[in-house]
Design a protein around this ligand. Structure first.
Ligand SMILES: [Zn+2]
Length: 417
């Protein structure tokens, strides 16, 4: 498939730390769909409160917690992942399981595949509410990233980890929360190599506030709450700078530095690994920073208060960063597609287009052509058409999806009148 160079992006090139804009990464970031993020979020919210509390109150929400885990597993399978790609790690006991889910995508470089790039976030909630933002926003972003990267080769091995019991009380004598991630980090064999652990906790913002920036969290301090190791601070700042640089390259947000604090990256920090993270940043009408989110750990942390357009942007930025960290393939423009070679004849022209798009299709009798907005909104859907009338569309980027009974493929098209 073709690469489209979108004119306004050509000005963005080198932005420190030898990091460059990669058109293919942007193309994939633009595949993030608001409808998908909202669906994952709503489906998981519908499982209810997923708090595992303490050893004593453990059973209250276990079935909700398990239902959420089952949903994530099932959703990953719809993306094409299999049981062989996933490990469900019980860090509790047989009677009172606490289940982390680890999805692994093996890298393709003979050396680098032995080092992990981890993207993680917790899927449990506090007892006060369902946690649509804390942290089903992060979970939705990870799911969408896993979907889009499914068939994309990366040099490093990528692990998507859905941590449990981040909001925990005291289990089996271990207090202070971060239970799932602590047990996971402690279970890693000596010699485990991690390039970076990228944590997402609360990335959905708030509909009543201005959401146009994101906090990029570096491991800058060394105390009990904010970390204990100093040997990994400099490298964390390097990774966090790269993360911050990715924000404007792959989203419309501004990235700002802050320090890592009390979430699932901390157990990794404590073991000496390099960490970074995303945490939402909101301002009021006068530009003052609102911290924390007014819904934080409250019953009001519901879908209606999450800004999904903002979540689209944080997910795009995260997806751009994950491709950068894992050294994703920059050549293949065909995504989530099998047997793409059969579709070599799929062409759309002219591109950029004005009033019409012409379509050349492979040798196939029946097919469906869909034209969608980046938000996922379907604008045109038709069968067996070789031309689409675009006279009513505004200037911008769209996707044309060709679907047959066997497979589908997409092409980016720019409308410019
Ligand atoms: Zn959280």
């Amino acid at each position: 498939m073709k690469k489209i160079l979108y004119p306004s992006l050509l000005a963005l090139s080198v932005m420190g730390f030898s990091q460059t804009f990669t058109q293919e990464y942007k193309n994939r970031a633009d595949l993030v769909l608001q409808t998908n993020l909202q669906t994952y979020n709503a489906d998981l919210v519908s499982k209810g409160i997923r708090h595992l509390g303490s050893t004593a109150s453990y059973t209250n929400y276990y079935s909700n917690n398990k239902a959420a885990l089952d949903y994530i597993v099932a959703k990953l399978k719809t993306f094409g992942y299999t049981d062989a790609d996933m490990v469900i790690q019980n860090v509790g006991t047989t009677a009172k399981p606490i289940l982390n889910l680890i999805l692994t995508k093996i890298g393709v470089d003979a050396q680098k595949k032995n080092t992990f790039v981890i993207m993680g976030g917790h899927f449990d909630s506090v007892a006060a509410g369902v946690g649509a933002n804390d942290n089903l926003s992060g979970v939705a972003a990870i799911l969408e990233t896993a979907r889009i990267l499914k068939n994309v080769n990366t040099n490093y091995t990528v692990k998507f980890i859905f941590f449990n019991a981040e909001e925990s009380g005291t289990y089996n004598g271990v207090s202070g929360g971060l239970f799932g991630s602590t047990q996971y980090a402690n279970s890693l064999p000596n010699g485990t190599s991690i390039k970076v652990m990228f944590n997402l906790d609360m990335v959905g913002g708030n509909t009543s506030l201005t959401n146009n920036s994101i906090t990029c969290e570096a491991d800058k301090y060394n105390n009990v709450t904010t970390g204990t190791q100093s040997s990994n601070d400099a490298e964390s700042l390097v990774m966090t700078t790269q993360l911050k640089n990715c924000v404007p390259l792959y989203s419309n947000l501004t990235g700002l530095f802050s320090n890592a604090y009390s979430s699932d990256y901390m157990p990794f920090e404590n073991k000496g690994f390099v960490i970074t993270g995303f945490y939402e940043r909101m301002t009021d009408a006068s530009g003052g920073v609102i911290e924390p989110n007014p819904t934080y750990h409250k019953s009001t942390d519901i879908a209606a208060n999450v800004s999904y357009p903002y979540l689209v942007q944080t997910t795009k930025a995260a997806l751009g960063a994950m491709q950068h960290f894992s050294e994703a393939d920059t050549n293949s423009a065909v995504l989530a597609t099998t047997e793409a070679k059969d579709f070599n004849n799929f062409k759309i022209y002219p591109n950029p287009a004005k009033e019409v798009i012409n379509i050349t299709v492979p040798n196939t009798d029946k097919y469906e052509i869909t034209l969608i907005e980046p938000s996922g909104k379907v604008l045109i859907k038709d069968n067996n058409k070789k031309q689409i009338n675009t006279s009513k569309l505004k200037n911008g980027i769209y996707y044309v999806i060709l679907k047959t009974s066997k497979q589908s493929v997409f092409e980016t098209v720019v409308i410019q009148k």
